[in-house]
Design a protein around this ligand. Structure first.
Ligand SMILES: NC(=O)c1ccc[n+]([C@@H]2O[C@H](COP(=O)([O-])OP(=O)(O)OC[C@H]3O[C@@H](n4cnc5c(N)ncnc54)[C@H](O)[C@@H]3O)[C@@H](O)[C@H]2O)c1
Ligand SMILES: NC(=O)c1ccc[n+]([C@@H]2O[C@H](COP(=O)([O-])OP(=O)(O)OC[C@H]3O[C@@H](n4cnc5c(N)ncnc54)[C@H](O)[C@@H]3O)[C@@H](O)[C@H]2O)c1
Lengths: 205, 205
């Protein structure tokens, strides 16, 4: 696994590459000069991700841009905040699938004074009013809403003020969010629809 | 909304139609004769579902088969059993999306003596050992598994002995089920992957 700093350098490489036309081919010396590092460092960083340019061949700018973009998306760690630590929220906080390398719930919020200050899955439950202030400080990118439907829009507005880039919504209600915020609604009766469809096919066949 | 008995008659119509070649066109009298009912009854049943054959034109067998199959899949009520009434199971039992006309959780099971006999969402929690006996009695078609991963296969085996046609599995483990049982695994980190991908696209664009 690549050290975190190598992943960070990659975004620097990508920013540099953005100002170079796609049809160019760069020698590693030239590329190092543009970035402001050594060609050894570049070769080493890229080899962490299985990219072994052939010595003397140079790098195709279009291929390099594509490859680094792909690597950055895979390796980025996503810091999440969950709002509404009830039955569903607690199940998600304890779920091993959310604690994989890539996604980590870092903050949890609720409005219930009985819950604020308690710890679940190693995370202290905070007051929902603190979302706009705490999210930017903790570089939170995505909010998960597991509150009742009637407060979900208000919670979404707080998450947006906290500068999230995306919202995963479990509450059965339609949320209005600005275009730049990506919204994904979850409805667990959909997999049931799919399952029931396949069962019916079996029956009528 | 059509009365339940009209939906049941439709499956009788479909069984009759199965023995007739697709390319045939049947008059409503002929169709009634084959089914053993009156042409008025057939016309009335089909009109519940918005199917108004034109008097004197008769019914195309291929269209009728397709249409009734479609209606039967939509209107069928699915009776479900949930196993593992913990955080996630309780959230699903209380979730309005599962109480729509089509899907209804009728039975709930757990192995914890503290929970057996208690009521949640109007349903009494039963002993998991009773699954093979209670499921056929209650015409349960689908089992939902919200237990820890290490007991999920054992629970799946019980559901299969209880004659379910499908399993919705939330436990993070690979289940082995016979070919005739439809299995759908749920992993809530997948929608997160999708969300993070769209956010990344936005960033690099
Ligand atoms: N999408 C699905 O498939 C699915 C499945 C199950 C449940 N749900 C939905 O998920 C939500 C949570 O369900 P649950 O069973 O965990 O409910 P719950 O009542 O157990 O939990 C709700 C939590 O939200 C907190 N809360 C209430 N108002 C708040 C606010 N203004 N700010 C912050 N926190 C607040 C409550 O204190 C509680 O802890 C509900 O909307 C439910 O309909 C969705
Ligand atoms: N797929 C997903 O996206 C997702 C999300 C959250 C949680 N989960 C998973 O869902 C499962 C439930 O999570 P939770 O947080 O509700 O756990 P939980 O511990 O709160 O609930 C588990 C329940 O199963 C019961 N149980 C244990 N052994 C049993 C047996 N042999 N037969 C019947 N019941 C039994 C327990 O008594 C308890 O009530 C876990 O496997 C968890 O990993 C999956």
């Amino acid at each position: 696994k690549a050290p975190e700093v190598a992943v960070q350098r990659l975004s620097l490489y990508l920013r540099t590459l953005k100002s170079i036309p796609d049809d160019r081919v760069l020698s590693s010396q030239k590329f190092a000069e543009l970035v402001g590092t050594t060609d050894n460092q570049i070769r080493k960083d890229l080899s962490y991700f299985g990219w072994f340019g052939i010595r003397g061949q140079g790098y195709r700018v279009d291929r390099l841009k594509e490859e680094i973009t792909h690597i950055l998306t895979l390796n980025r760690k996503w810091r999440l905040a969950l709002v509404g630590v009830g039955k569903l929220g607690s199940a998600l906080l304890m779920y091993p699938g959310f604690r994989k390398d890539k996604f980590q719930i870092k903050l949890a919020f609720d409005s219930d004074p009985e819950k604020i200050g308690k710890t679940i899955g190693g995370i202290v439950i905070q007051d929902v009013e603190k979302i706009p202030e705490l999210l930017p400080l903790n570089k939170i990118k995505v909010g998960i809403i597991t509150t009742p439907a009637d407060v979900a829009q208000d919670v979404a507005d707080k998450l947006i003020r906290g500068k999230v880039k995306g919202i995963l919504n479990f509450a059965p209600t339609h949320l209005v969010v600005p275009g730049k915020v990506k919204l994904k609604n979850i409805d667990l009766s959909i997999p049931l629809e799919i399952l029931s469809f396949f069962i019916s096919l079996e029956k009528i066949a």
